[in-house]
Write a protein that binds this ligand. Structure first.
Ligand SMILES: *Cc1c(COP(=O)(O)O)cnc(C)c1O
Length: 361
Protein backbone atom coordinates (compact mmCIF):
# COMPACT_ATOMS: atom_id res chain seq x y z
CA UNK A 1 0.00 0.00 0.00
CA UNK A 2 1.44 3.39 -0.91
CA UNK A 3 0.83 6.39 1.28
CA UNK A 4 -1.23 8.87 -0.70
CA UNK A 5 -0.86 11.52 1.95
CA UNK A 6 2.11 13.78 1.24
CA UNK A 7 3.06 17.35 2.20
CA UNK A 8 3.66 20.07 -0.38
CA UNK A 9 6.94 19.86 -2.35
CA UNK A 10 9.83 21.41 -0.43
CA UNK A 11 8.45 20.77 3.06
CA UNK A 12 10.43 17.55 3.59
CA UNK A 13 13.62 19.37 2.53
CA UNK A 14 13.36 21.54 5.64
CA UNK A 15 15.89 20.59 8.30
CA UNK A 16 14.32 21.10 11.73
CA UNK A 17 15.45 24.35 13.33
CA UNK A 18 17.36 23.72 16.53
CA UNK A 19 17.21 26.54 19.04
CA UNK A 20 20.11 27.33 21.34
CA UNK A 21 20.48 24.60 23.97
CA UNK A 22 19.67 25.37 27.58
CA UNK A 23 20.52 22.15 29.47
CA UNK A 24 23.51 19.85 29.83
CA UNK A 25 22.81 16.44 31.38
CA UNK A 26 24.36 16.16 34.83
CA UNK A 27 25.73 19.72 34.94
CA UNK A 28 24.29 22.41 37.20
CA UNK A 29 25.01 26.15 37.37
CA UNK A 30 24.36 26.40 33.64
CA UNK A 31 25.15 29.61 31.80
CA UNK A 32 23.31 29.93 28.50
CA UNK A 33 25.18 31.98 25.91
CA UNK A 34 23.68 30.29 22.87
CA UNK A 35 20.66 32.38 21.83
CA UNK A 36 21.83 36.01 21.83
CA UNK A 37 19.51 36.90 24.68
CA UNK A 38 19.90 40.12 26.67
CA UNK A 39 21.52 39.05 29.99
CA UNK A 40 19.71 41.90 31.79
CA UNK A 41 16.28 40.88 30.48
CA UNK A 42 13.54 43.39 29.66
CA UNK A 43 13.05 46.86 31.16
CA UNK A 44 11.11 47.18 34.43
CA UNK A 45 8.45 49.11 32.51
CA UNK A 46 7.93 46.14 30.20
CA UNK A 47 7.58 43.80 33.19
CA UNK A 48 5.05 46.15 34.80
CA UNK A 49 3.03 46.19 31.57
CA UNK A 50 3.15 42.39 31.54
CA UNK A 51 1.68 42.22 35.05
CA UNK A 52 -1.00 44.83 34.22
CA UNK A 53 -2.09 42.87 31.17
CA UNK A 54 -3.25 40.04 33.47
CA UNK A 55 -6.38 42.08 34.22
CA UNK A 56 -7.66 41.98 30.64
CA UNK A 57 -6.85 38.41 29.63
CA UNK A 58 -10.54 37.62 29.03
CA UNK A 59 -10.73 40.28 26.29
CA UNK A 60 -9.77 39.62 22.68
CA UNK A 61 -6.79 41.71 21.59
CA UNK A 62 -7.04 44.63 19.19
CA UNK A 63 -6.47 43.55 15.62
CA UNK A 64 -4.73 46.60 14.18
CA UNK A 65 -1.94 47.06 16.79
CA UNK A 66 -2.56 50.82 16.43
CA UNK A 67 -1.14 51.81 19.79
CA UNK A 68 2.02 49.70 19.44
CA UNK A 69 2.58 50.87 15.87
CA UNK A 70 2.23 54.49 16.98
CA UNK A 71 4.76 53.96 19.78
CA UNK A 72 7.25 52.42 17.34
CA UNK A 73 6.63 55.25 14.88
CA UNK A 74 7.14 57.92 17.58
CA UNK A 75 10.37 56.40 18.85
CA UNK A 76 11.91 55.76 15.41
CA UNK A 77 10.44 58.74 13.53
CA UNK A 78 8.49 56.47 11.14
CA UNK A 79 5.05 56.41 9.52
CA UNK A 80 2.78 54.17 11.65
CA UNK A 81 0.73 53.22 8.57
CA UNK A 82 3.77 51.46 7.11
CA UNK A 83 4.46 49.27 10.16
CA UNK A 84 3.24 45.68 10.55
CA UNK A 85 3.62 43.71 13.79
CA UNK A 86 4.14 39.98 14.04
CA UNK A 87 4.88 37.01 16.26
CA UNK A 88 8.60 37.72 16.26
CA UNK A 89 10.27 38.98 13.13
CA UNK A 90 10.13 35.33 12.07
CA UNK A 91 6.44 35.87 11.31
CA UNK A 92 7.21 38.90 9.13
CA UNK A 93 9.75 36.77 7.22
CA UNK A 94 7.05 34.10 6.81
CA UNK A 95 4.49 36.66 5.55
CA UNK A 96 6.98 37.97 2.99
CA UNK A 97 7.63 34.47 1.64
CA UNK A 98 3.93 33.56 1.61
CA UNK A 99 2.97 36.74 -0.20
CA UNK A 100 5.81 37.07 -2.68
CA UNK A 101 7.34 33.65 -3.37
CA UNK A 102 6.11 30.26 -4.48
CA UNK A 103 7.08 27.30 -6.70
CA UNK A 104 9.54 28.41 -9.40
CA UNK A 105 10.55 31.55 -7.49
CA UNK A 106 13.92 32.10 -5.88
CA UNK A 107 14.61 33.43 -2.41
CA UNK A 108 18.15 34.72 -2.09
CA UNK A 109 20.30 35.04 1.03
CA UNK A 110 23.97 34.81 1.91
CA UNK A 111 26.22 31.84 2.62
CA UNK A 112 26.20 32.33 6.40
CA UNK A 113 22.71 33.86 6.49
CA UNK A 114 19.99 33.26 9.10
CA UNK A 115 18.46 29.75 8.80
CA UNK A 116 14.87 31.01 8.87
CA UNK A 117 15.22 32.42 5.33
CA UNK A 118 15.81 28.94 3.91
CA UNK A 119 13.08 27.38 6.04
CA UNK A 120 10.49 30.03 5.09
CA UNK A 121 11.38 29.76 1.39
CA UNK A 122 11.05 25.95 1.38
CA UNK A 123 7.79 26.17 3.33
CA UNK A 124 6.15 28.02 0.44
CA UNK A 125 7.66 25.78 -2.24
CA UNK A 126 10.16 28.40 -3.42
CA UNK A 127 13.82 27.68 -4.20
CA UNK A 128 16.39 28.89 -1.67
CA UNK A 129 19.51 30.34 -3.33
CA UNK A 130 22.73 31.14 -1.51
CA UNK A 131 25.23 33.84 -2.51
CA UNK A 132 28.83 33.49 -1.30
CA UNK A 133 30.21 35.85 1.34
CA UNK A 134 33.71 37.32 1.32
CA UNK A 135 35.55 36.36 4.51
CA UNK A 136 32.29 36.12 6.52
CA UNK A 137 31.09 39.45 5.15
CA UNK A 138 28.04 40.16 2.95
CA UNK A 139 29.25 40.62 -0.64
CA UNK A 140 26.91 42.86 -2.63
CA UNK A 141 28.47 41.96 -5.99
CA UNK A 142 28.08 38.23 -5.30
CA UNK A 143 24.42 38.76 -4.37
CA UNK A 144 23.77 40.77 -7.53
CA UNK A 145 25.49 38.07 -9.59
CA UNK A 146 23.17 35.45 -8.04
CA UNK A 147 19.99 37.40 -8.94
CA UNK A 148 17.83 36.04 -11.78
CA UNK A 149 14.43 36.77 -13.29
CA UNK A 150 13.03 34.38 -10.68
CA UNK A 151 14.46 36.20 -7.66
CA UNK A 152 11.57 37.50 -5.56
CA UNK A 153 13.14 38.16 -2.18
CA UNK A 154 16.67 39.00 -1.05
CA UNK A 155 17.20 38.63 2.72
CA UNK A 156 20.20 40.33 4.32
CA UNK A 157 20.69 40.50 8.08
CA UNK A 158 22.74 43.59 8.89
CA UNK A 159 24.51 43.05 11.26
CA UNK A 160 24.44 39.41 10.26
CA UNK A 161 23.93 36.43 12.54
CA UNK A 162 26.15 34.43 13.17
CA UNK A 163 29.05 36.43 11.70
CA UNK A 164 28.39 39.70 13.57
CA UNK A 165 29.68 41.70 10.60
CA UNK A 166 27.78 44.38 8.68
CA UNK A 167 27.94 46.33 5.45
CA UNK A 168 27.63 50.12 5.09
CA UNK A 169 24.44 52.02 4.31
CA UNK A 170 25.89 52.95 0.90
CA UNK A 171 26.57 49.30 0.04
CA UNK A 172 23.02 48.44 1.09
CA UNK A 173 21.68 51.29 -1.08
CA UNK A 174 23.72 49.99 -4.01
CA UNK A 175 22.18 46.55 -3.50
CA UNK A 176 18.64 47.97 -3.37
CA UNK A 177 19.24 49.99 -6.52
CA UNK A 178 20.53 47.03 -8.53
CA UNK A 179 18.38 44.01 -7.67
CA UNK A 180 15.94 43.01 -10.41
CA UNK A 181 12.66 44.97 -10.62
CA UNK A 182 10.48 42.08 -9.38
CA UNK A 183 12.58 41.53 -6.22
CA UNK A 184 12.20 42.93 -2.69
CA UNK A 185 15.26 43.58 -0.53
CA UNK A 186 14.54 42.62 3.08
CA UNK A 187 16.94 44.12 5.61
CA UNK A 188 16.78 42.11 8.82
CA UNK A 189 17.67 44.47 11.66
CA UNK A 190 17.41 42.01 14.55
CA UNK A 191 20.65 43.43 15.99
CA UNK A 192 20.24 47.04 14.79
CA UNK A 193 19.84 48.48 18.30
CA UNK A 194 23.35 47.32 19.18
CA UNK A 195 24.77 49.72 16.56
CA UNK A 196 24.69 53.30 17.83
CA UNK A 197 22.98 55.66 15.37
CA UNK A 198 22.14 52.97 12.80
CA UNK A 199 18.67 53.22 11.19
CA UNK A 200 18.69 49.60 9.95
CA UNK A 201 17.55 50.66 6.49
CA UNK A 202 14.52 52.73 7.55
CA UNK A 203 15.57 55.67 5.36
CA UNK A 204 16.27 53.39 2.42
CA UNK A 205 12.84 51.85 2.84
CA UNK A 206 11.24 55.33 2.84
CA UNK A 207 13.14 56.35 -0.28
CA UNK A 208 12.42 53.23 -2.35
CA UNK A 209 9.55 50.95 -3.36
CA UNK A 210 11.50 47.71 -2.98
CA UNK A 211 12.95 47.70 0.55
CA UNK A 212 11.43 46.19 3.70
CA UNK A 213 13.07 46.33 7.13
CA UNK A 214 12.36 43.76 9.88
CA UNK A 215 12.97 44.32 13.59
CA UNK A 216 12.51 42.35 16.78
CA UNK A 217 11.84 42.66 20.50
CA UNK A 218 13.74 39.40 21.09
CA UNK A 219 17.27 40.74 21.32
CA UNK A 220 18.13 44.06 22.99
CA UNK A 221 14.61 44.40 24.40
CA UNK A 222 15.05 41.10 26.20
CA UNK A 223 11.63 39.73 25.21
CA UNK A 224 12.48 36.63 23.16
CA UNK A 225 10.09 34.56 25.25
CA UNK A 226 7.12 36.76 24.37
CA UNK A 227 7.53 36.68 20.56
CA UNK A 228 7.10 40.17 19.09
CA UNK A 229 8.61 41.65 15.95
CA UNK A 230 7.72 44.20 13.31
CA UNK A 231 8.34 45.18 9.73
CA UNK A 232 8.51 48.54 7.92
CA UNK A 233 8.10 49.03 4.23
CA UNK A 234 6.31 50.66 1.32
CA UNK A 235 2.58 51.01 2.01
CA UNK A 236 1.70 48.72 -0.92
CA UNK A 237 3.79 45.86 0.48
CA UNK A 238 2.59 46.32 4.06
CA UNK A 239 -1.02 46.26 2.79
CA UNK A 240 -0.32 42.93 1.08
CA UNK A 241 1.25 41.43 4.22
CA UNK A 242 -1.72 42.56 6.33
CA UNK A 243 -4.05 40.50 4.12
CA UNK A 244 -2.39 37.27 5.22
CA UNK A 245 -1.75 38.29 8.82
CA UNK A 246 -4.13 36.62 11.27
CA UNK A 247 -6.23 39.37 12.90
CA UNK A 248 -5.35 38.13 16.41
CA UNK A 249 -1.70 37.27 15.74
CA UNK A 250 -0.53 39.34 18.74
CA UNK A 251 -2.08 39.00 22.19
CA UNK A 252 -2.93 42.04 24.32
CA UNK A 253 0.04 41.13 26.52
CA UNK A 254 2.44 41.09 23.56
CA UNK A 255 1.17 44.45 22.31
CA UNK A 256 1.20 46.21 25.69
CA UNK A 257 4.58 44.87 26.78
CA UNK A 258 6.18 45.76 23.45
CA UNK A 259 4.77 49.28 23.63
CA UNK A 260 6.15 49.83 27.15
CA UNK A 261 9.49 48.35 26.05
CA UNK A 262 9.92 50.52 22.96
CA UNK A 263 9.02 53.67 24.90
CA UNK A 264 11.81 52.93 27.40
CA UNK A 265 14.79 53.91 25.26
CA UNK A 266 16.90 54.64 28.36
CA UNK A 267 16.95 50.90 28.98
CA UNK A 268 17.95 50.20 25.39
CA UNK A 269 20.77 52.72 25.63
CA UNK A 270 22.08 51.20 28.87
CA UNK A 271 21.99 47.69 27.41
CA UNK A 272 23.74 48.86 24.22
CA UNK A 273 26.56 50.50 26.20
CA UNK A 274 26.99 47.51 28.51
CA UNK A 275 27.04 45.10 25.55
CA UNK A 276 29.61 47.18 23.66
CA UNK A 277 31.88 47.28 26.69
CA UNK A 278 31.83 43.52 27.38
CA UNK A 279 31.89 42.58 23.71
CA UNK A 280 35.23 44.36 23.31
CA UNK A 281 36.53 42.82 26.54
CA UNK A 282 35.51 39.30 25.50
CA UNK A 283 36.91 39.62 21.97
CA UNK A 284 40.24 40.84 23.33
CA UNK A 285 40.40 38.18 26.04
CA UNK A 286 39.79 35.45 23.44
CA UNK A 287 42.23 36.96 20.93
CA UNK A 288 44.95 36.96 23.60
CA UNK A 289 44.61 33.20 23.98
CA UNK A 290 44.68 32.56 20.25
CA UNK A 291 40.96 32.59 19.46
CA UNK A 292 40.34 35.36 16.93
CA UNK A 293 37.01 36.83 15.83
CA UNK A 294 35.82 39.41 13.32
CA UNK A 295 34.84 42.77 14.82
CA UNK A 296 31.27 42.13 15.91
CA UNK A 297 28.56 44.78 15.66
CA UNK A 298 26.01 42.68 17.56
CA UNK A 299 25.62 40.99 20.98
CA UNK A 300 27.69 37.92 20.20
CA UNK A 301 31.14 36.99 19.01
CA UNK A 302 31.96 34.42 16.36
CA UNK A 303 35.04 32.75 17.85
CA UNK A 304 37.26 31.03 15.28
CA UNK A 305 39.23 27.88 16.02
CA UNK A 306 41.95 26.06 14.08
CA UNK A 307 39.44 23.59 12.62
CA UNK A 308 36.09 21.91 13.23
CA UNK A 309 37.65 19.35 15.58
CA UNK A 310 39.05 22.05 17.86
CA UNK A 311 35.76 23.99 17.87
CA UNK A 312 33.89 20.81 18.74
CA UNK A 313 36.36 19.89 21.50
CA UNK A 314 36.12 23.38 22.96
CA UNK A 315 32.31 23.19 22.87
CA UNK A 316 32.42 19.85 24.73
CA UNK A 317 34.78 21.28 27.34
CA UNK A 318 32.61 24.38 27.81
CA UNK A 319 29.55 22.18 28.26
CA UNK A 320 31.36 20.16 30.93
CA UNK A 321 31.87 23.48 32.72
CA UNK A 322 28.18 24.37 32.40
CA UNK A 323 28.71 26.86 29.59
CA UNK A 324 26.44 26.58 26.58
CA UNK A 325 27.51 28.37 23.41
CA UNK A 326 26.30 27.85 19.85
CA UNK A 327 27.78 25.40 17.35
CA UNK A 328 27.38 26.94 13.91
CA UNK A 329 28.15 24.09 11.50
CA UNK A 330 24.61 24.45 10.13
CA UNK A 331 25.70 27.98 9.11
CA UNK A 332 28.69 26.49 7.24
CA UNK A 333 31.06 27.62 9.97
CA UNK A 334 32.09 24.30 11.57
CA UNK A 335 35.37 25.76 12.89
CA UNK A 336 33.57 28.49 14.83
CA UNK A 337 31.52 28.87 18.00
CA UNK A 338 29.07 31.73 18.47
CA UNK A 339 29.21 33.13 21.99
CA UNK A 340 26.58 35.58 23.25
CA UNK A 341 27.97 38.57 25.13
CA UNK A 342 26.58 38.08 28.63
CA UNK A 343 27.08 40.24 31.71
CA UNK A 344 30.53 40.81 33.22
CA UNK A 345 30.56 37.60 35.26
CA UNK A 346 29.49 35.53 32.24
CA UNK A 347 32.13 37.04 29.98
CA UNK A 348 34.82 36.37 32.58
CA UNK A 349 33.60 32.82 33.11
CA UNK A 350 33.53 31.92 29.42
CA UNK A 351 36.90 33.56 28.70
CA UNK A 352 38.44 31.70 31.64
CA UNK A 353 37.00 28.38 30.45
CA UNK A 354 38.24 28.85 26.86
CA UNK A 355 41.68 29.69 28.27
CA UNK A 356 41.60 26.51 30.37
CA UNK A 357 40.69 24.60 27.25
CA UNK A 358 43.61 26.14 25.42
CA UNK A 359 45.81 24.92 28.27
CA UNK A 360 47.15 28.37 28.93
CA UNK A 361 45.98 28.74 32.51
C1 LIG B 1 17.27 36.47 16.49
C2 LIG B 1 17.07 36.84 15.07
C3 LIG B 1 15.83 37.26 14.62
C4 LIG B 1 14.69 37.43 15.58
O1 LIG B 1 13.72 36.51 15.43
P1 LIG B 1 12.38 36.70 16.29
O2 LIG B 1 11.43 35.85 15.55
O3 LIG B 1 12.02 38.14 16.22
O4 LIG B 1 12.68 36.25 17.67
C5 LIG B 1 15.68 37.61 13.30
N1 LIG B 1 16.73 37.59 12.45
C6 LIG B 1 17.95 37.22 12.86
C7 LIG B 1 19.08 37.26 11.91
C8 LIG B 1 18.15 36.82 14.18
O5 LIG B 1 19.36 36.45 14.59
Amino acid sequence: MTNAIAPQPGILDIALYEGGKSHVAGVSNILKLSSNENPAGPSEKAKEAFARSAHTLHRYPGTDHASLRQAIADVHGLDAARIICGVGSDEIITFLCQAYAGPGDEVLFTEHGFLMYRISALAVGATPVEAPERERMTDVDAILAACTEQTKLVFIANPNNPTGTMISASEMARLAANIPPQAILVIDGAYAEYVQGYDAGANLSEARENVVMTRTFSKIYGLGGLRIGWGYGPKAIIDVLNRIRGPFNLSTTQQEVAEAAVRDQDWVQRCRAENARWRVWLAEALAEIGVPSDTSMANFILARFADAAEAEACDEFLQSQGLIVRRVSSYKLPHCLRITVGDEASCRRVAHAVAQFKGLR
